[in-house]
Design a protein around this ligand. Sequence first.
Ligand code: CO
Ligand code: ZN
Length: 334
Amino acid sequence: MKDTLARLSQSFGPSGREEEIRTQLTKELAALDKNLAIRTDALGNLIATKPGDEKRLLLAAHMDEIALLVTHIDDLGFLRFSPVGGHDPRLLLGARVIFANGTMGTIGREELKDKEDLKLDKLFIDIGASSRAEAEENCPIGSMAVFAPHFSTQGSRIMAKALDNRAGCTVLLEVIRNLPPVDYQIDFVFTVQEEVGLRGARTAAYQLQPHLAVAVDVTRTGDTPEAPVMAVELGKGPAIKVKDRSFISHPRVKDLLEETARSQDIPYQLEILERGGTDAGSIHLTREGIPTGVISIPTRYIHSPAEIIDYRDLKNAALLLCSFLQHKDLFSSL
Ligand code: CO
Ligand code: ZN
């Protein structure tokens, strides 16, 4: 799983421009050789279907990552940008970014009278261009940049960009790799545009009409110095979501996930996320409502250039989801 995560996390895939990460995921699916029907829908969601009987399960992980969109180029070749997804200016300062064509940049700031003035509109991308024309040629208005790729490990810990949510994509691939024989249909969806409002998941859930859905994404932790209080830590197991800003988990789906974890001795934690949301927020409101749950990978420094997860949580998330697929009351108890 580590190699898969290394490839996925370093792929380029800003919200709304997911071509490169989708191509990479399509390759990964082909290599697994599971005879899934694979297609891309109108918005760009990548859907891999395991056929089955009339019951349908949707498993979703967003493949997009937060980005910077070039909005203006000045005479000296500095690029102003608009955030795509949630960006904190304090995390952007000094960060290295990369464009689709490989152009690298670093983020500088205007001289500020007061540190409190550090807002996104005081920042700019410097690609090292010496003129407006040179900058325009490489990074025209409308082009997007993401954090520069890197990947390293320290014991069981993994540090990279875009673990939100290439960690979730890796979990879905691992579930496909170890797919248990089940009768019902499973639609694995790598969604687009989660970071700008859970958009791809909405159209995916509408067209696929699942009877049950589980989203896999990252969540915050409370295990760093003076962190906001949160009962989630790295290495203590995948988190089963109770609630976030856009979603309260279906009680039965949450219980099914907990029952699975307990019966298989898989460590897990319960997650209440005060800020942020995930694809489940739009999936569960689709059509007449869809019972939905979420498995989250505990992650430090979400939306920063270097996020950290624990590899054991990643493996246990895949194990939990695989075991969940075999729960005998999956559809009957909803
Ligand atoms: Co995110
Ligand atoms: Zn996410």
